[in-house]
Design a protein around this ligand. Sequence first.
Ligand code: TYD
Length: 138
Amino acid sequence: MSLQYSSGDIFSFPTIGDERGSLISLESEKNIPFKIARVYYIFDTANGVSRGFHAHKRLEQILICVSGSCEVVLDDGHQKKQVNLSDPSYGLYIGSDCWRVMKSFSKDCVLLVLASSHYDESDYIRNYDDFLSYLKER
Ligand code: TYD
């Protein structure tokens, strides 16, 4: 696990641009602080929908809004932090033990997520009270 990073940290990715446009390259354990095991993207989100409402026990992720915009609310059980994602050259790091809600998706939003592990439902905490209990037990 990338212990030197905290949920809410913002990664800035250099844009390689020329007269044709822009390109950003993401590489495991280089500008992404973990081995990328999974990539998924959220798009075509229905108007007014919020997603997430869970924490992970071990998973690390970087969220990049490659098109449009959305808001991410991070909650460590004590404090909430809201981050606006609207620029494909920035990535939001979310580590373990962090409750997250994604909301205010623009119609054209494509939220790209890089994850450190394969999909594993047993790594999820999907109930907020269970999340608070889990934090207390640790
Ligand atoms: P869900 O966790 O509800 O998405 P969100 O956190 O964005 O609200 O996932 C929706 C469905 O997709 C759920 O049935 C689990 C499944 N899923 C996968 O099969 N693989 C994945 O990598 C992810 C993220 C979800």
